[in-house]
Design a binder for this molecule. Structure first.
Ligand code: BV8
Ligand code: ZN
Length: 254
């Protein structure tokens, strides 16, 4: 668990902040039992590379396999629950004057923990989209092995409502995320390896506008060297500890 002095210092910065922004990655969902993107390959999927599956080419080359993977992931995230890290992030929103949550996760667990206005930087698993005519629909029912869904408008094979590698981040989502990063006093980067762009560039934008950068991660990442604070440990422990400091300080100053 991260050292208590750093927890206190970060909690103090959060308690004093006018606007807190949080960016999360797959590490926040790891304690719910959702494997991170790189670990996602267990059992049947061990022989597949997620970097190859999460691409438009995969859906052109072998839509059945790509869809089976996403349907496997949909079933997996539906079967798990948010963890203490999701819950603390949802509660933090109500403990600071202004709060923004940008997530790279597509699992919907922040919303199930009560977070609202979640900016889904990489979309979500529970919609389908057509790259051809940009339509987005609630996910069509389907199990592994079922034929991939086709667009009613243009007949193209649909893809899940996520941003695949090589696809652009939707402009409105990018803009909202950049506004959050450049407008906040404290930018908390939780459970992401900070290697996928443009998401990983949000911390640079925040720093450029004077935000205090805090990393919460079990491991070293490219952000660790430049963050103002690094809290090394699981988000399921660290986020509740930070929330506790913020709520204690709020009582003292009330
Ligand atoms: C774009 C949705 C403009 C899908 C995801 C060549 C061609 C095209 C683009 C590129 C290119 N080369 C580079 C690029 C840019 C590319 C990119 O960044 N590539 C990487 C390989 C460098 N980016 C893009 O393509 C983006 N679009 O650039 O558009 C463009 C367009 C065309 C041409 C040029 C430019 C779109 C990227 C979005 C991809 N979609 N997700 C799906 O989920 O199926 S990204 C996906 O991987 C995740 O969302 C996540 O963001 C990312 C990494 O996944 P993970 O590693 O699992 O998760 P994470 O990073 O969060 O790591 C887990 C972390 O948690 C670790 O650090 C671990 O230590 C920590 N942890 C673990 N347990 C805990 C914990 N921390 C705390 N507590 C714990 N308990
Ligand atoms: Zn279409």
């Amino acid at each position: 668990m991260a050292d208590s002095r750093t927890i206190e210092a970060v909690g103090d910065a959060l308690a004093k902040a006018k606007h807190v922004a949080v960016l999360t990655g797959a590490g926040v969902s790891a304690e719910s039992g959702v494997p991170t993107f790189r670990d996602a390959q267990t059992g049947l999927w061990a022989k597949y590379d997620p970097m190859q599956l999460a691409t438009p080419e995969a859906f052109q080359r072998d839509a059945q396999t790509a869809w089976d993977w996403y349907r496997w992931r949909r079933g997996l995230v539906t079967a798990v629950a948010p963890n203490a890290g999701h819950d603390a992030i949802a509660a933090l929103a109500g403990s600071v004057p202004r709060f923004s949550l940008v997530t790279q996760n597509v699992d919907g667990l922040h919303q199930r923990a009560g977070s609202v206005d979640v900016i889904e930087f990489h979309g979500n698993l529970f919609e389908d989209k057509c790259a051809g005519c940009e339509v987005r629909l609630p996910a069509a029912p389907g199990e592994q092995g079922d034929p991939p869904p086709r667009c009613d408008l243009c007949g193209e094979v649909m893809t899940p409502g996520v941003v695949l590698f090589g696809e652009e981040i939707p402009a409105s989502v990018l803009e909202q995320s950049q506004l959050a990063a450049t407008g906040c006093d404290v930018f908390l980067v939780v459970g992401t390896s900070s290697w996928v762009y443009p998401a990983a560039g949000l911390a640079d934008a925040a720093r450029g506008f004077g935000a205090t950068i805090v990393e919460v991660n079990t491991e070293q990442t490219p952000l660790s060297e430049t963050a103002d604070y690094v809290l090394r440990g699981p988000s399921g422990d660290i986020m509740p500890a930070l929330l506790g400091v913020v709520q204690r300080l709020a009582k003292v100053t009330a």
